[in-house]
Design a binder for this molecule. Structure first.
Ligand SMILES: *Cc1c(COP(=O)(O)O)cnc(C)c1O
Length: 554
């Protein structure tokens, strides 16, 4: 791979970007006499943050990335356009794209006078990396791949995409606008290692902010820096930044919507495939289905006449007679199905939907959000249903420890914590403990009918003993010694602090003892033993309606 700067157009490499007085100041200012703004506050009288630091910080935690690898644009469209402007010479360069795919790759190329070379995807819209690369020429500077692909909906082979990235001497863009709906991990984790990779994501699809126009490019920090220097200085308005920030503080709502949309996609597929008018439904890992009909025109016309609009993609390569149907709400999907069934002369019986009821009945759950000037923490807890934990605090090792709680207590636990880590880890660790304790407190409710006591003795690799009593009195004992100052990326002394804050805020007795040679193993043993003790204590004691107590407290 060439040095990334060698791929950049000369005029861009030599560019002195526009700078503002506020870019350079590190300390907090409170009198702004630098930008000729009207000083009378109305909420929008100031220029917005040019590099959207706060929004990037939150996205970095949500996506487990670093801020320096994130570029934000006015939709993905801005990122696509910038990539052409940075890496392609007008009338000289070409770009290689897959076909059929998203229309903006060629529109933006045309605008920038960049020639497009199309690689036609294989049977079932699969990617053959070697075949694609054989079409690249000396003047080919950029390759666009879209996965899951629009309009076909399928995820392309990870191995084939990696082959393209590793064997192309230019920029490879992997557009992941729909990655959240797929059961596959993003390529974004690879950007620090693969310098020529740019991953596109967006807040327009799952994140429900198409109206805000915020696109995300994830790349090596050098590429991000160049994109920042070429973009308009204030490309995302302050209203849009604020709105995105506040909507991103409800991540669990989005996760829930994601699972509903994926379920609905499967439902739609099931219901559509039995129709005689339907020829084929392509496999989808996105929030839409590409459906090939015997005669798409009549379906399109009938849907439109009944107020339902879908996308006619029949003119694209390999998409003859196909309509792209976005997954809507359950009601919208049934309405669409009703129309298509009627057209086929078949009776449509809407499915009974008891999904949410079933999921929520009787389960002890809590969703909590806690904001201070130092941290913003969201926790979703379910004491009665394990699910794969999603935990991101910006502290890699701490995430790993918190995951042990979910696995070893067999509970559902998702935690997102955005804290002032540029200062230190103190507030983040403490506030996660407080919020976690509050979540347990809320999920446990009156604490009636639970086992109340839990203990875990040293076993296998864990050298830790943990005793817990959820009876309502606070007592904390900690007999754990570490030999180093740091464990992973966390200050060792923070762990004492974590459990102490937890005990105080849940109002419980917590006694922790552990010893060993290796700090990693000690603390991992503590978290596992803590989780097992917790698992016993929160268990519902069906025989016993009240709280077991000999003293009458509680
Ligand atoms: C919808 C979509 C986008 C997102 O575009 P925005 O400009 O961010 O709204 C990007 N790529 C593909 C393939 C899409 O379908």
């Amino acid at each position: 791979m060439k040095d990334i700067l060698d791929l950049v157009r000369e005029n861009i490499r030599k560019l002195t970007p526009y700078s503002t007085a506020r870019d350079d100041c590190k300390i907090k200012m409170d009198v702004y006499l630098d930008a000729n703004e009207n000083p009378y506050e109305n909420g929008v009288n100031r220029y917005p943050s040019p590099f959207q630091q706060e929004l990037k910080q939150r996205l970095a935690v949500l996506k487990k990335l670093k801020s320096e690898n994130i570029f934000l644009g006015n939709g993905s469209d801005e990122a696509i356009d910038l990539i052409y402007r940075i890496f392609c010479e007008p009338n000289k360069s070409s770009a290689l794209i897959i076909s059929p795919s998203y229309g903006m790759y060629s529109v933006a190329a045309d605008i920038n006078a960049v020639e497009i070379i199309k690689y036609r995807l294989e049977e079932n819209f699969e990617l053959d990396a070697k075949k694609m690369l054989s079409l690249a020429r000396e003047d080919t500077k950029v390759i666009f791949i879209c996965s899951p692909n629009n309009p076909s909906g399928n995820l392309l082979s990870r191995k084939e995409i990696e082959y393209v990235i590793d064997n192309f001497n230019g920029i490879v863009v992997v557009d992941e606008a729909y990655i959240d709906f797929a059961k596959s991990s993003s390529f974004s984790a690879l950007v620090t290692e693969k310098k020529n990779l740019v991953v596109l994501q967006t807040l327009s699809k799952l994140y429900a902010m198409a109206g805000l126009r915020i696109g995300i490019a994830i790349a090596d920090s050098t590429v991000v820096r160049i994109m920042n220097s070429v973009k308009y200085p204030y490309n995302i308005s302050c209203i849009n930044q604020q709105m995105a920030l506040s909507l991103l503080k409800e991540p669990f709502k989005i996760m829930e919507q994601c699972s509903i949309i994926v379920e609905e996609r499967e439902y739609l597929e099931e219901r559509l495939k039995v129709l005689p008018t339907v020829k084929k439904i392509f496999k989808s890992d996105a929030n839409f289905l590409l459906v090939k009909f015997i005669d798409k025109s009549i379906v399109f016309k009938t849907l439109t006449e009944n107020g339902v609009i879908v996308r006619d993609r029949s003119s694209l390569e390999g998409c003859g007679n196909s309509l792209r149907i976005t997954v809507g709400t359950p009601e919208e999907n049934d309405r669409m199905l009703g129309i298509v069934y009627a057209l086929s002369g078949m009776e449509f019986c809407p499915r009974e939907r008891n999904r949410n009821m079933e999921r929520e009945s009787g389960e002890r759950r809590a969703i909590l959000s806690r904001e201070t000037s130092e941290t913003s923490i969201q926790i979703a807890l379910n004491l009665d249903r394990f699910s794969t934990p999603f935990i991101s605090t910006g502290l890699h090792f701490f995430d790993h420890m918190l995951e042990q709680i979910a696995y070893h207590a067999a509970i559902g636990l998702n935690i997102i914590a955005v804290g002032d880590l540029e200062r230190d880890d103190h507030h983040t660790v403490e506030d996660v403990a407080i919020t976690l304790a509050q979540a347990f407190d809320r999920a446990l409710g009156s604490r009636k009918g639970i086992e109340r006591y839990g203990f875990s003795l040293p076993m296998d690799e864990a050298e830790a003993t943990v005793l817990i009593d959820l009876g309502g009195r606070i007592d904390f004992e900690w007999e754990v010694k570490f030999s180093g100052a740091m464990i992973g990326d966390v200050n060792a002394q923070m762990f004492n602090h974590f459990f102490k804050s937890f005990a105080q805020n849940l109002k419980c007795n917590l006694h922790i003892k552990a010893k060993g040679e290796n700090d990693h193993h000690i603390i991992e043993g503590v978290f596992k033993a803590f989780a097992r003790a917790l698992k016993c204590a929160i268990r519902e004691d069906r025989q016993n309606a009240g709280i077991p107590s000999s003293k009458g407290k509680l």
